[in-house]
Design a protein around this ligand. Structure first.
Ligand code: SF4
Ligand code: SF4
Length: 457
């Protein structure tokens, strides 16, 4: 089904907009209607092909078309459309950086949200891997259980045993070669240092006080990054509090199409975050996917919810906040230690926040530091890249990133860093497997910033 000829113009001249997700409408879950919409969109994509190198969803689609009898979308069995849906991990890059046919263009293309609709239909129907998928997406429940004293050591040790990884692969579908995060013996939230009584200095662009939404990953897996954020804030005399209670932001559930669970998590997080937003706090989430959830996905699911919109306005990526603080003349730039050659990977879920490369901007202010930015998908994509059926593809997608991170234009790479620490580990694994890691270390950009200030770990 081709788009009408009179509409075949090259992109929209107006700024892109995004329609709310129509997830409460029963029609959203109508499989026949969703497949019909996929046929329309796939036909446009087949004629365009701009996104072929972004991920494996587009090559899967184009192969299906090219190998069909008609060599057009109408020759592809609709059952095979689900193969395309499975390959999408909702990074949003095709929508926000490539596609000229997004609204207000009359073709009204939203490829990621169409894939999300497909995932929501699959989730309602129940897929064979649903047990595994639900388990992997319970980031806060898994973290709570695994970080019980004694249990944490056992879980970490057992998770590294080849026999156990083999069992996890056969029983749970978690690829035995995929990097898995360890659980920290001491969670972030109960051990976060209380703020000093710094006076609140509001800037033109930045509230002068911060509320930290720590995220499951920082709380249970790598609390050091959260402690580094606090040290950086304290060094810059910015008072902080932690969000009172925290549940998962909902992104892992969204990626499964489990939208009802997203709504339940939203009910836990949003009321108290909205209160903080109304009290004038900037809310910082140190994991880009979690920030994106509050900045974009929840507002698109709940476009009329005033609390959700208040949180959206108050939510910052930490480097977005710190660079705005610099523009307000309120950031200390008296750095004590150069970082050398840094290969910095900008995470997809940060790229699509449309805030620019704030991490690169700030790290580049550090003397004796050369930041080389790699702006391409690492392939990790949350829990997607650890699944047995996708891990090899995740490594393949990441290969150009592994190579570019190793090839710093100024010489040997001293540090690799990604805003998404999961992507950072995935890149580290890829570089190691390719024999390109050498003396390079991996650290989160907030850790590098803390080091540049000369602050102790
Ligand atoms: S949202 Fe990301 S993974 Fe999904 S189709 Fe677009 S680029 Fe590929
Ligand atoms: S999503 Fe847009 S840019 Fe990408 S292949 Fe489809 S039509 Fe082209």
């Amino acid at each position: 089904m081709s788009a009408p000829l009179q509409d075949r113009r090259e992109g929209s001249l107006e700024a892109p907009t995004r329609h709310p997700l129509d997830w409460l409408n029963p029609e959203f879950y109508n499989e026949e209607a969703a497949l019909k919409e996929m046929e329309r969109v796939f036909d446009i994509c087949h004629g365009c092909r701009r996104c072929v190198s972004l991920c494996n969803a587009f090559p899967t689609l184009f192969d299906l078309v090219d190998e069909s009898k008609t060599m057009e979308v109408d020759g592809v069995d609709k059952k095979d459309y689900w193969k395309v849906v499975d390959q999408c991990y909702l990074c949003d890059v095709c929508y926000l950086t490539k596609c000229p046919y997004v609204p207000p263009h009359p073709w009204n293309l939203d490829f990621p949200h169409l894939m999300l609709r497909g995932k929501a239909i699959q989730f309602k129907q129940g897929t064979p891997t649903q047990g595994r998928d639900k388990l992997l997406s319970n980031t806060d429940i898994n973290g709570k259980l695994a970080s019980i004293p004694v249990v944490v050591q056992v879980v970490n040790k057992v998770n590294k045993m080849p026999a156990v990884r083999g069992l996890m692969e056969s029983q749970l579908g978690v690829d035995r070669k995929a990097w898995l995060p360890e659980f920290a013996p001491h969670k972030f939230r109960p051990n976060a240092a209380a703020s000093a009584a710094h006076p609140v200095r509001n800037g033109e662009r930045t509230p002068g006080k911060v509320a930290i939404f720590s995220t499951c990953y920082i709380n249970y897996n790598e609390p050091g990054i959260g402690h580094d954020l606090i040290k950086v804030l304290d060094h810059n005399r910015i008072p902080h509090v932690l969000a009172e209670k925290e549940a998962c932001c909902g992104m892992p559930k969204l990626e499964l199409g489990d939208l009802e669970s997203v709504a339940k998590l939203k009910e836990k997080n949003i009321p108290q975050l909205a209160r903080l937003a109304r009290e004038g706090y900037a809310i910082l989430a140190p994991i880009p996917s979690c920030g994106l959830m509050f900045k974009q996905e929840l507002p698109l699911m709940f476009p009329n919810d005033a609390d959700v919109l208040a949180v959206q306005k108050a939510m910052f990526d930490p480097f977005e906040y710190l660079v705005a603080r610099h523009k307000d003349g309120l950031l200390d730039t008296d750095f004590k230690s150069g970082l050398g050659n840094v290969s910095y990977h900008i995470a997809c879920h940060l790229r699509v926040q449309n805030v620019g490369q704030k991490t690169r901007e700030l790290l580049s202010m550090v003397p004796d530091t050369e930041v080389n930015t790699v702006e391409r998908c690492s392939g990790h994509a949350g829990t997607w890249g650890v699944k047995k059926e996708f891990h090899a593809t995740a490594m393949k997608i990441g290969r150009p990133v592994f190579r570019q991170m190793a090839e710093h234009p100024k010489g040997e790479t001293r540090w690799i860093a990604s805003d998404c620490q999961l992507a950072g580990h995935h890149i580290e694994q890829g570089m190691e497997e390719a024999g390109k890691l050498g003396e390079t270390d991996m650290a989160h950009p907030l850790t590098l910033l803390r080091m540049a200030y000369g602050l102790p770990a």
